[in-house]
Unconditional design. Sequence first.
Length: 111
Amino acid sequence: MNTTSDADRDRLLRTEGILAGLLRHGALFAAGWLVLGMAGGLLERGVSSSDAGATVWDRCLTIGIALLIALPVLRVALMMVIFAFERDFRFAAISAAVLIIIAAGFVAGAL
């Protein structure tokens, strides 16, 4: 057996496990915030649609949605760190460029 290819395969599996864990646990964490916001809003307001302004439950929903939106960005940032740690500077630079493009999109959207 070629130990170099085994080491590469093990590193790839470890990297995929880290990324899968980030997405899995992040999605569950965001879903928890969403469930908390929806359940709290239903318990507080009942089934009626009276709107008394932003409540803590609305903020929970906002946090959950923001976390879901942030997960892909966190994935790119994590990939940049992993590539830099593995001294694959070409892909680290590509990941950094993607993060810069995403940040520029956020800034352009905010203006």
